[in-house]
Design a protein. Structure first.
Length: 131
């Protein structure tokens, strides 16, 4: 997926379609990229298509990768790392990797909005302060 940052066993580790609740990783609850992403009044449900496969942290990511969102049910159902949104430094910037689909096929509107807001926050952080 991303050499030395993300690893996967590819199609052999493929899972079934699923809908899971997304929550902030305990160490990232106040991260600027999560501003406005999760709502307190509704569970954020995100859709994972049939072809997704869980990723694991590679050797380069152990210290530099910041997990933003997790879906604890992934560990319960598939015995895999529950991270679903994470970022790491690369070159002069950062990479944002988000696992679930960001459109409304399954899950709920709060889930779609969360994935879109996360991406918008990521893009907005790159803007100069005067824009």
């Amino acid at each position: 997926v991303a050499p030395n940052y993300l690893t996967t066993r590819g199609p052999e580790a493929k899972t079934e379609e699923a809908v899971f609740e997304a929550v902030a990783h305990r160490a990232s609850a106040d991260h600027p990229l999560l501003r406005g992403v999760l709502r307190a009044d509704v569970k954020t449900k995100v859709w994972f298509e049939r072809a997704w496969f869980p990723a694991s942290r590679g050797s380069s990511a152990r210290k530099s990768m910041k997990t933003l969102l997790v879906a604890p049910q992934i560990r319960e159902v598939f015995q895999k790392d529950p991270m679903i949104a994470f970022t790491w430094p690369m070159g002069k910037g950062h990479v944002l990797h988000v696992v679930p689909m960001a459109y409304q096929q399954n899950g709920n509107l709060a889930g779609v909005m969360a994935m879109q807001r996360l991406l918008l926050n990521f893009l907005c952080q790159a803007l100069p302060d005067d824009e």
